[in-house]
Design a protein around this ligand. Structure first.
Ligand code: MD3
Ligand code: FE
Length: 216
């Protein structure tokens, strides 16, 4: 059979190093999308995106949901992981197998062996939505890495240092990109600049990011 341009395998994912233990795996999630997208649809049917209140009394511009044993939540009383969805009173939907496997393989590709996530935070950005510089410090054990997957519209990610005052590096994150960080970089400040207007051919007028974590 004659081969053509159209049956070449896609570009292998490329690993970029942003810090001692921070990596972007470009396009790593693309070969998994046929399984990821239906799994996300099922999760979001049971636990829809919602905008949450911060302890400071603001409504986040990013809408959130979760799956897995623990889900990140915020309200007037503070930030924390909870076992039940505050909206429905039911446990968060189970972590789909494909997300567990993707997280494990991405973590291994970044040098973190045997990563077993128990929490997955889903973030939805519409144009204008942003996430200001913060640290992820509600997890019990900082020894485990975090794996994040970006889908849809491109975002400008800000990677700071261990002090809030460290000037952040700007990194574009595109559909299918996976970030992995841990170890000495686990508590780096980070954020996302306001999402630009646009329509993604697969995901529509939004960006969805999900982060796989070991919270408990
Ligand atoms: C590198 N989410 O949910 S994920 C969050 O795109 C969050 O929605 C962002 O920050 C988003 O808490 C960014 C990529 C990320 C997250 C944390 C990091 C990269 C990081 C911490 C240290 C280094
Ligand atoms: Fe974060």
């Amino acid at each position: 059979m004659q081969s053509s341009l159209f049956d070449e395998p896609q570009q292998p994912s490329r690993r970029e190093s942003l810090g001692e233990q921070t990596f972007v795996l470009r396009g790593f999630a693309l070969p998994w999308l046929d399984d990821i997208l239906p799994a996300l649809r099922e999760v979001l049917k049971a636990a829809p995106f919602r905008r949450m209140e911060t302890p400071g009394g603001h409504t986040m511009s990013v809408a959130l949901s979760n799956c897995g044993q623990f889900g990140w939540s915020t309200d007037a009383r503070g930030y924390r992981y909870v076992s039940d969805d505050p909206l429905t009173g039911r446990p968060w939907p189970v972590l789909p197998e494909v997300l567990r496997t993707l997280a494990r393989e991405a973590a291994a590709a970044a040098g973190f062996d045997d990563f077993i996530p128990d929490a997955c935070l889903l973030n939805r950005y519409v144009p204008g939505a942003r996430m200001s510089l913060h640290q992820d410090r509600n997890e019990r054990d900082y020894g485990a890495p975090i794996v994040s997957v970006s889908l849809g519209l491109a975002a400008m990610f800000q990677l700071g240092g261990l002090q809030r005052s460290d000037r952040p590096l700007r990194v574009p994150l595109l559909h299918g990109d996976v970030m992995v960080w841990g170890g000495v970089d686990r508590l780096r400040f980070h954020g996302v600049l306001p999402l630009k207007e646009g329509v993604h051919p697969v995901m529509g007028p939004q960006r969805i990011n999900f982060t796989l974590r070991k919270a408990g």
